[in-house]
Each structure stands twice: as C-alpha cells, then as structure tokens.
Design a binder for this molecule. Structure first.
Ligand SMILES: Nc1ncnc2c1ncn2[C@@H]1O[C@H](COP(=O)(O)OP(=O)(O)OP(=O)(O)O)[C@@H](O)[C@H]1O
Ligand SMILES: [Mg+2]
Length: 347
C-alpha cells in the first residue's frame, strides 16, 4: 500500500479546524466470486467533517454501494472488507463484531439505502418499525418514541402523522416511503447520514425532492452527509465536495465548484462533457462514456481508465504505472499522471 494513498484528502477552500467525524483510510473490499476475486473498493481514503455534504459519483459498478456497505459493516457475503480503517469519532469500525456495529448503525450512522421497499417490513406498520428504530438505541417509552416518530414524520412532510403512522408501507407512495426512511435515518441524531440514491425506484423529480429534503435536514441539524448519486445536477445543487469513483478508486476528490469549473481527471472531464446542456442532461442519469469499465477481478498494473482516456499522452506510462493520488495546486486530489491545473484540467 502506498504512502500517498494514506494521506488525508485536503479539499479546496478553507479547511474547518474541527477533527473529522469520519476518517477512512486505505479501505479495500473484495467479493470472492467463482470467476475470481472482484476488487470492488480499492484503497479508498477520505475525511468527512461535521456538516459536510460529500457526493460520491461514478458509473454503475464503480463500487459506490460496496463502499457505503463497507463503512457500516453491511457488505453481503461473499464480500468482505479486506483491509483499511473506518474511524467514526475516533472509534474503529472495521473488525467490530455484529453487536458492536449494530450499535453504531442507526445511532451514529443513519442509512437511507437504495430500495425503500426492501428497507421496510411490509407486514408491520410504519409506527411499529419507527418506534423500534428509536428504542433500539434510546431508552425511551413506546409512547415517547411514538411522539418522536410523529414529529419526525411531520418534519419530512408526512401529513397527519398521528394517523399515517398506523399505515403499512404499501399505503405510502414511493417518494413518501423514502421520506419515512429519511425520518428514521435521522431519528437518533447520527453524526453521519449515508444516502445511496435509488437508481430506478423513483422518478427523477421525486428523487431530487427527496434528496433536497435530506440535504436541508442534515444542514439544519449539522449531520455530515454522504450522498451517492448518478445525478450530477444533484451534486451541483446539494453537495459541497465530491469524490469521483472509477473502478473501485477515488480518481478525483475535490470541491463541487472546482469539479464543475476545472475537472482535472480525464474521467471527470468525460462525465461533465456529457452534461453540457444544463436544461436536459444535468438533471438526468449518469452519462454514458464510450468504452466500458475494466474487469474488477483484474488488478491491472497501469491506469484503469487508460483504454478509455481521451488524453492518452504517454501510452507506455499509463499502461504500466498506476497513478497515485496527487494534490494539484487548486487542492484537488487526482489519480492521473497527466492531470494538471490549467483551466479545463489536463490538456
Ligand atoms: N454480492 C456480490 N457478489 C459479487 N460481486 C458483487 C456483489 N455486489 C457487488 N459486486 C461487484 O462489486 C462491484 C461494485 O458494485 P457496486 O454495487 O458497489 O456498484 P455501484 O457503483 O453501487 O453501482 P450502481 O451505480 O449500479 O449502484 C461490481 O463490479 C459488482 O459486480
Ligand atoms: Mg449502487
């Protein structure tokens, strides 16, 4: 593991003095498939500070959900966190047993995961699930928990929560179920909220409204937010920093304004080149870039983006030497041999 990969990611703009609430270092997650070991998360390092709104973007299969699951000990078998560290307010989460990580999940880290129907039990009322979510972590009576749940449901825009709390999940629309999940995710006032955007479950407008709501709630309460999304419009509107993920690695870590103004990594530039028309594509899904991502079961020696890269300055170097993270003068941390910080990025 390289020394460079262990360095904290410093982002452009003034750096808050507070210690990060979440400190991730050199995180690696594999899936042991029959056809070989899929390296889904590779040497991911980042800091997350109180009130920060971090977007993680990248094509389908780039490892975003695997990373989110790795942070909270939910990687499904045959997956496992192979190495690295996830420190939450100074406490190491990697290696905690089920009971230990369960105490963290839902209390210190709130989760809004991709499929609201899968996250809720269809056979139990919203109220019963909500009360349980609160009482697992807080020593309060059912009555108090119910009152807290009603308040939170009102906060996320559920009308008449005292009545709606007795409804079952199927009696809520998709967007409303997402709102319920947001209310549950913040119920125990977590330090960090992780939202993995549903890619298909909701229409784009509803999705945007739900994420907008989540961002403003986290903003008011000071929770740090990690938002995993395909939607660059959402990133631009709601987030302050961004990690661009490609084939399991962060290839560019920067401020959102910086990403849109001077994307440095050729992959980031390719993503943004596809969304030039703000009226249409910025609000749409992750744009398609020519070529396909590499096989994650192969640990190639060079730059994983090289076969699709528009720059292609030095084929030999890109094919044989893996770029380590470099901090550009503007503050962006980029894994590319040739990214520079002239306007428009590497040329
Ligand atoms: N249960 C599993 N078994 C084997 N491989 C898996 C499993 N889950 C994920 N992977 C692999 O891990 C890699 C990363 O997948 P992941 O779901 O994290 O991507 P993603 O960036 O979240 O994609 P999307 O945008 O479509 O949600 C993929 O190559 C995928 O095939
Ligand atoms: Mg995903």
């Amino acid at each position: 593991m390289s020394h460079a990969a262990s360095l904290p990611v410093l982002r452009p703009g003034p750096q808050p003095l507070e210690a990060p609430v979440l400190k991730v270092r050199d995180l690696r997650t594999d899936f042991d498939a029959k056809s070989g070991t899929v390296h889904a998360v590779r040497d991911v390092s980042f800091d997350l500070r109180k009130g920060q709104r971090l977007a993680i973007v990248g094509e389908s299969g780039s490892g975003k959900s695997a990373l989110a699951m790795s942070l909270v000990g939910l990687v499904p078998p045959p997956g496992r966190v192979v190495s690295g560290s996830v420190m939450l307010n100074g406490k190491e989460l990697v290696g905690l047993d089920d009971a230990g990580i369960s105490r963290i999940r839902g209390r210190d880290i709130g989760l809004v995961f991709q499929d609201p129907m899968a996250a809720l039990d269809p056979l139990r009322t919203i109220g019963s699930q909500f009360v349980e979510t609160i009482r697992v972590h807080q020593d309060v009576s059912v009555r108090t928990a119910r009152a807290m749940a009603c308040e939170l449901l009102a906060e996320v825009g559920v009308d008449d929560p005292a009545r709606r709390i007795s409804d079952y999940p199927h009696q809520y629309s998709g967007g409303m179920r997402q709102r319920v999940l947001i209310a549950m995710a913040i119920a125990n006032d977590p330090a960090v909220v992780i939202a993995d955007e549903p890619t298909t479950a909701l229409d784009v407008t509803t999705q945007a409204q739900v994420l907008d709501l989540l961002a403003s709630i986290c903003d008011e309460r000071g929770n740090a937010l990690i938002m995993i999304t395909h939607n660059l419009g959402i990133v631009e509107e709601l987030c302050d920093s961004v990690d661009v993920m490609y084939a399991g690695r962060f290839v560019e870590s920067t401020g959102v304004e910086e990403l849109f103004e001077t994307p440095a990594h050729p992959y980031s530039r390719a993503l943004l080149d596809c969304v030039i028309d703000p009226a249409t594509t910025r609000r749409g899904a992750m744009p398609a870039i020519a070529g396909s991502p590499p096989d994650l079961a192969v640990d190639e020696p060079g730059c994983p983006f090289a076969p699709r890269c528009a720059i292609g300055r030095d084929e030999q170097r890109c094919a044989t030497a893996r770029p380590e993270p470099r901090t550009l003068s503007g503050g962006a941390v980029v894994r590319c041999h040739f990214a520079d910080d002239t306007p428009g990025g590497a040329a």
